[in-house]
Design a binder for this molecule. Structure first.
Ligand SMILES: CC(C)(COP(=O)(O)OP(=O)(O)OC[C@H]1O[C@@H](n2cnc3c(N)ncnc32)[C@H](O)[C@@H]1OP(=O)(O)O)[C@@H](O)C(=O)NCCC(=O)NCCS
Length: 344
């Protein structure tokens, strides 16, 4: 039974299907959030043997994602009245990122997840996203089977890494100690509108050099527009040589008490270990200013140089997920690029 999006689909007997897929509407947002929390709560309880108080530790995914990419957010609705599943998707230029996807536990294995994923795939195709990706649980046969059905291949682990930051003076990087000109971080939110535009163009050049067509502008704009955190621009003199989209606790993707980096990249011509190391120190400094206790940095293991630097900076793996990818430029990542990105 194939559901149609935003149209009542009929089954082969001409009846309305019980569960239909449609786009998220504003009035659905809290319900979608509840469905996600409850479903992941059930899943984690089965995995861990104990139910977490909050499935995502206070991180939020629904409201701002819907504002950022309303056409990429779908619900499964039973009898036109009960939301039983949801999927969020976003296009970063030519890269389509799927997730979270959730179907209420009592509704599992009735093809609802597949119908939601198909709706997201159609959205990617309509928007000409040529590389599609998600992260999932590497130990779950069901998840691997499900994404395989859509042509996704398991790739490398994504490690969500964290470090507790102390209240004392900020950690001083080896480079800063060595007396070389330190890099500085400017907050995107402090720029005038015209300068914001110029910064976005510069950032697009950086992401395009990492993966042709990759564009993070809407993530930066939503963080700025809704004050979900800030984007730090790593500068040498007046040149922007990197950026980091930071979420801070509240209604963002940062869990309670933590500063969370959604995406960080150093411009490939400037990819020196010391630049990432200094950037991490500057991000920790922002975390201290904001009074958070932890910094969370996600790293995809194919970016092996970046992973090594985080370990040297004292970061430890909190948990891992596996990245699944399909489409053009499927293995675009250069292990020497200094990129931290999270596809959750
Ligand atoms: C993952 C999830 C969204 C799937 O939703 P769903 O509605 O149950 O999925 P579907 O019924 O469309 O498809 C499940 C498929 O997996 C198969 N499956 C179920 N258990 C399986 C197992 N142990 N091993 C292999 N395949 C399995 C089903 O048979 C079905 O395939 P089929 O239609 O070809 O027979 C749902 O399980 C969920 O919400 N899980 C908790 C949250 C989560 O993990 N989200 C995804 C994070 S990436």
């Amino acid at each position: 039974m194939r559901a149609t999006v935003d149209r009542a689909g009929l089954d082969p007997q001409g009846r309305l299907p019980k569960v239909q897929i449609r786009r998220v509407r504003k009035g659905d947002l809290s319900k979608v959030r509840d469905v996600m929390e409850q479903t992941f709560g059930d899943f984690l309880e089965r995995q861990l043997g104990t139910r977490p108080r909050q499935a995502f530790g206070g991180a939020q995914y629904v409201h701002h994602r819907w504002l950022m990419e309303p056409w990429g957010c779908f619900v499964a609705e039973e009898d036109s009245s009960k939301i039983v599943g949801a999927a969020l998707a976003v296009t970063w230029g030519t890269v389509g990122v799927l997730g979270p996807v959730a179907v209420l536990t009592n509704y599992h294995n009735q093809t609802i997840g597949q119908q939601l994923i198909r709706a997201a795939q159609d959205f990617f195709d309509e928007n000409k996203a040529t590389l599609h990706g998600c992260v999932t649980y590497p130990t779950s046969p069901k998840h691997l089977y499900l994404y395989h059905k859509f042509g996704y291949r398991p790739k490398h682990l994504t490690a969500i890494m964290g470090r507790t930051i102390d209240r004392g003076p900020a950690r001083v990087s080896a480079v800063a100690k060595s007396g070389k000109t330190p890099l500085t971080a400017r907050r995107f939110s402090t720029l005038e509108e015209a300068k914001k535009k110029a910064a976005l163009t510069r950032i697009h050049r950086i992401t395009n050099a990492i993966c042709r067509g990759l564009d993070l502008a809407k993530e930066i704009e939503i963080v700025d527009g809704l004050a979900l955190g800030d984007t730090l621009l790593l500068e040498r003199g007046r040149d922007v040589i990197g950026f980091a989209i930071c979420h801070t606790p509240g209604v963002s993707e940062a869990p309670a008490g933590a500063l969370y980096v959604k995406f960080l990249a150093i411009d490939p011509p400037h990819r020196k270990a010391e630049h990432l190391e200094q950037f991490v120190t500057l991000i920790e400094g922002l975390g201290q200013e904001l009074g958070v206790q932890r910094v969370i940095l996600p790293v995809y293991a194919r970016y092996w140089a970046a992973y090594n630097i985080l370990v040297q900076c004292g970061y430890q793996v909190d948990f891992t997920m596996i990245r699944m990818q399909r489409g053009k430029q499927e293995d675009y990542e250069d292990p020497a690029d200094l990129v931290l990105d999270d596809w959750r």
